[in-house]
Every structure is written in structure tokens, then in C-alpha cells.
Write a protein that binds this ligand. Structure first.
Ligand code: DC
Length: 222
């Protein structure tokens, strides 16, 4: 049987880069579920559909396909109607649309099987907001990874600047705080630590220390 590690936590806690590296070292597959919500957000934006509960969003879901595959480097590729949109979903605007669209129950239901099927067929570290609480409640290891809003905003700011984007720290911090609020206050599958999860705070840890910490938590619990 495959082993599942559920990794939840707020935006910008470093989940994706930390989990990617840990997965590589453990020979697990890293699944970034935020990319799925971002992709549905992109589909809505392209079709001029507001990211709110509506018949338009329901119809949109009936008319798109979302798939996850992996490239030759083992990196996740997300496909919208067969098109690789992995790069297009990484803008601050896509982040905000994803946060809004992820509050819609039919959107969450739509993505449930896709996520569960990934964990059936592979050893996974699955990164999200509700993996330990909703998607994989029986995951072997559940981790809640967090850091202070300021530390998270600073990391995201550096990431975006390195990608050559024109952003400022204050806007990013506001975004982080707004997204935390959206993610923890929505009715369906709000972000919260799963029962029995292990809390890991990376505010004072650098990247490699965080990776080591996550690997040791996983090894001790599988
Ligand atoms: O992890 P991320 O920033 O790429 O996620 C984008 C948005 O999707 C985020 O605001 C929360 C939402 N999300 C979610 O609700 N459930 C998940 N399992 C993953 C992401």
C-alpha cells in the first residue's frame, strides 16, 4: 500500500519548496494541490466568470478538464483542457482568484477524486490546506507547516522579485493576511490543523533546516 504524507498550512510557509526537496530525498511524489485551484481560477478568468458560487462556475466545471502529470524531472505539470498552464498560474492575481474560487464547495468536490487518486497510486507528499482534514484523513503522517505572516510575506516577495516581477513587500504582506483570512474563514474545508497532526513552525528555520525537520518528522512516523 502507498504511503501518504498530508502537508497543510497557510500560504507562503514554504510548503512547496520544502516538500519538493523532501519528496525527492525520500523518493516520494510531490503533489501541489494549490495548482489545481489556481488552474480553475485561471479557467474562470479566461471565461470572464466571477470566482463566486454561481451556475456559471458550475457550468465551467462541466466544460473543462484538469489533469496532473509529471515531466522528465519529476516536476508536477498541470493541464487545463490539455494545455500546460503550470507557469501561467503563478501570478499574484492567480493567487487571489484561487483563494476565492477555492471557497466554493462544488469546486472542492470537483477536485477531490483527482487528489485521492494520486495518493492511491503513489507514495505522496501532498501539499494543500485540507489534505489532513478532508482529502486524506487517513494519511500516515499529517504535518501542519507554518511561519509568521511577515516571514511568509518576505519569502514570497523574494521569490517573485527573483522571477523578475514588479511587486512590493507591503502588498504581498496584505495579500498573505487576506488569503489567511479567506482560507481560515471559509465554510467548506477551512484551513485548520488536522487532528493528530505534527506542528512545524519554520519562522526561525532556513530552507535546509526546514527540509531536514520535515524529513525527520516523516521518517519518525512512517
Ligand atoms: O498553495 P497555493 O497558494 O498555491 O494555493 C492557492 C489557493 O488555493 C489558496 O488560497 C488556498 C487554496 N487551496 C485550498 O483551498 N486547498 C488546497 N488543498 C490547496 C490550496
Amino acid at each position: 500500500m502507498s504511503i501518504a504524507v498530508a502537508l497543510d498550512g497557510p500560504a507562503g510557509a514554504g510548503k512547496s519548496s520544502i516538500a519538493k526537496r523532501a519528496a525527492k530525498e525520500l523518493d516520494f511524489i510531490y503533489v501541489d494541490t494549490g495548482a489545481l485551484y489556481r488552474t480553475i481560477g485561471l479557467a474562470a478568468t479566461r471565461n470572464n466568470i466571477e470566482p463566486v458560487e454561481s451556475p456559471e462556475v458550475e457550468a465551467l466545471l462541466e466544460n473543462i478538464t484538469v489533469d496532473l502529470t509529471f515531466n522528465e524531472n519529476g516536476e508536477q505539470v498541470v493541464l487545463l483542457n490539455g494545455e500546460d498552464v503550470s507557469g501561467l498560474i503563478r501570478t499574484p492575481q492567480a493567487s487571489m482568484t484561487a483563494s476565492k474560487i477555492s471557497a466554493i464547495p462544488i469546486v472542492r468536490a470537483y477536485l477531490l477524486d483527482l487528489q485521492r487518486n494520486m495518493a492511491k497510486s503513489h507514495n505522496v507528499i501532498m501539499d494543500g490546506r485540507d489534505i489532513g482534514t478532508v482529502v486524506l484523513p487517513d494519511a500516515k503522517v499529517k504535518i501542519f507547516l507554518t511561519a509568521s505572516p511577515e516571514a511568509r510575506a518576505e519569502r514570497r516577495y523574494k521569490e517573485l522579485i527573483e522571477k523578475g516581477m514588479d511587486v512590493n513587500y507591503k502588498d504581498i504582506l496584505e495579500d498573505v493576511i487576506q488569503r489567511d483570512y479567506n482560507d481560515t474563514h471559509r465554510e467548506t474545508a477551512p484551513l485548520k490543523p488536522a487532528e493528530g497532526c505534527i506542528m512545524v513552525d519554520t519562522t526561525e528555520l532556513d530552507f535546509l533546516q526546514s527540509v531536514e525537520k520535515i524529513i525527520s518528522v516523516i521518517k519518525e512516523n512512517i
